[in-house]
Design a binder for this molecule. Structure first.
Ligand code: NOJ
Ligand code: CA
Length: 516
């Protein structure tokens, strides 16, 4: 099933906000909605026109809010539902769109549904979660919660052991406790999911980033059941909210797009080779020039073909689950990495703070189920005032420790420096937004992406224009044969890239975007 794409996605550039770490306006040491509202102009000025906000619903925060305790109320620490509604309106006034994070697969153990579901006597929530019949029987292939309920049985989990799995059924049930997708329990769960989506979309949210979208139906090896489930959601959205955008955390664009999603992420897990680019011992985007981009390109092209060459695959700069980009590459290499991220098909996603090269904080204790991810979730560094302008609370009250180094980057300092990463990203975004060939739906064709070699070159095209992107992160000059003759240099980083007799000579650490 193919989804009609909301037009604003064609040139959407997302900024991911981890709300607890963005901007604290009431000095309690944790970010809030008002803090986001006050920074909308900052985000807009950078060039981003869309937001993805990590889960902001009531939660005991055992997994940063991915353990929801009430899908219909925001966490009081961020504000009220009215404040979030105001955030939607303020964003819309600035021609920005907002995706909330929808967590359809599980809840917190503290969700009232789960408390009801644990009771021995049957009730409306008995079948809301995936339970076996006996506490001694574990759900095959899944972790479980056992021994805390009055009810006999063990309950499947999706991620941490405080995240019981909601019941959308099994594709092919083989045991008595496994319910088919069309049984009343799974049907009721799905109807409730629609209600949740209705609730926020009616309030002004523009769509959802969907957590673990590919894992709802159980024992579903080819995802046929899960795809069918999302197709039903697609039909509901087409009917009631045709403008809503849906972006999946799935990692298999062919499946996700069949399910009616508009875009899917390429991520650090699975066989994407995303890590070859920025996050491995020898990343392609390091100036050491010892990386290899070819496996990534091959995988990308497979996905691109499977998704009908529509360019609906999003490659994020990072996210709340990965190491900060600047943990493995720094300086000009970061600028060059963004010249890639901002010239690929699909919507770019910039993780808050990546635009100023915020660092991964080493060796900090886990906060809110972050574990090693905590180092990528530290509070935003705005300026040189107390707590880098994040919060007026005493330093010890900040819910995650900040980067304490004297030379920590700040937004204010980078905005004042034309040579900063911030300004480079702004320039890149401005050029992307001026050329449809560079945007989400522009086609891509790789011109040079050889094994263990530099540079990387690709052609982006739309009906009216063809743009050649040449990127050399390595600290040495390289060359390649190229039949496309540059007509105009639309963007340049570093020394000039020369083209003579079909040979392009690309100096160390340079980028060129050329109209051809
Ligand atoms: C993926 C989210 O990005 C991650 O932060 C979370 O812990 C898991 N899903 C579980 O919901
Ligand atoms: Ca606050």
């Amino acid at each position: 099933m193919e989804a009609n794409q909301p037009q604003w996605l064609d040139n959407a550039i997302f900024y991911e906000i981890y709300p607890q770490s963005f901007n604290d306006t009431n000095a309690d040491g944790i970010g809030d909605f008002q803090g986001i509202i006050e920074k909308l102009d900052y985000i807009r000025e950078l060039g981003c026109n869309a937001l993805w906000i990590n889960p902001c619903f009531k939660s005991p925060f055992g997994d940063a809010g991915y353990d929801v305790a009430d899908f219909y109320s925001v966490a009081p620490r961020y504000g009220t539902n009215e404040d979030l509604k105001r955030l939607f309106a303020e964003a819309h006034q600035r021609h920005m769109h907002v995706l909330l994070d929808l967590v359809p697969g599980h809840t917190s153990v503290e969700h009232p549904w789960f408390k009801e579901s644990m009771k021995a006597e049957r009730n409306d929530y008995t079948d809301r979660y995936v339970w076996t019949d006996s506490v001694w029987e574990e759900p095959q292939g899944m972790g479980c919660i056992r021994g805390i309920s009055q009810r006999d049985g063990s309950c499947a989990i999706n991620f941490f052991s405080n995240q019981p799995a909601l019941n959308y059924g099994f594709l092919n049930p083989t045991l008595p406790w496994q319910q088919p997708m069309d049984a009343p329990g799974p049907r009721a769960t799905l109807e409730e999911l629609k209600n949740i989506m209705r609730f926020w979309l009616s309030m002004g949210c523009d769509g959802f980033r969907v957590d673990m979208a590919g894992s709802l139906v159980k024992h579903d090896p080819d995802s046929r059941g899960t795809i069918r489930l999302w197709q039903e959601i697609r039909a509901f959205l087409d009917e009631e909210f045709p403008a809503a955008a849906m972006v999946s955390e799935w990692g298999e664009p062919d499946k996700s797009l069949q399910g009616g999603f508009h875009m899917d992420f390429l991520l650090h897990f699975g066989p994407s080779h995303y890590n070859d680019l920025f996050r491995c011992a020898e990343p392609f985007f390091s100036q050491r020039g010892k990386g290899d981009v070819s496996a990534f390109v091959q995988k990308y092209l497979e996905n691109y073909e499977k998704s009908q060459r529509k360019g609906l695959i999003c490659i994020p700069s990072g996210n709340h689950d990965m190491d900060r980009l600047s943990r493995s590459i720094q300086g000009d290499s970061l600028k060059i990495a963004f010249a890639f991220l901002l010239s690929m098909p699909g919507a770019p996603f910039i993780y808050y703070g990546d635009e100023i090269g915020m660092r991964y904080i080493e060796n900090i204790p886990s906060v809110e189920g972050g574990y090693n991810r905590t180092g990528s979730r530290s509070p935003m560094q705005w300026d040189s005032t107390v707590n880098a302008g994040f919060s007026a609370a005493p330093k010890e009250k900040l819910y995650i420790r900040q980067d304490e180094s004297a030379d920590r980057p700040t937004a204010a300092a980078q905005m004042a420096d034309e040579n900063s990463l911030y300004h480079e990203i702004r320039r890149l975004i401005a050029v992307r937004q001026a050329h449809t060939a560079l945007q989400s739906k522009g086609k891509i064709e790789f011109v040079y992406a050889e094994k263990d070699a530099y540079p990387l070159a690709y052609l982006r095209s739309s009906d009216d224009e063809r743009i050649l992107v040449v990127i050399n992160p390595a600290d040495r000059e390289v060359s390649f044969g190229c039949t496309h003759v540059p007509k105009e240099n639309l963007y340049r980083f570093g020394e000039e890239i020369a083209c003579k007799d079909g040979i392009m000579t690309v100096p160390a650490q340079t980028v060129g975007w050329f109209r051809v």
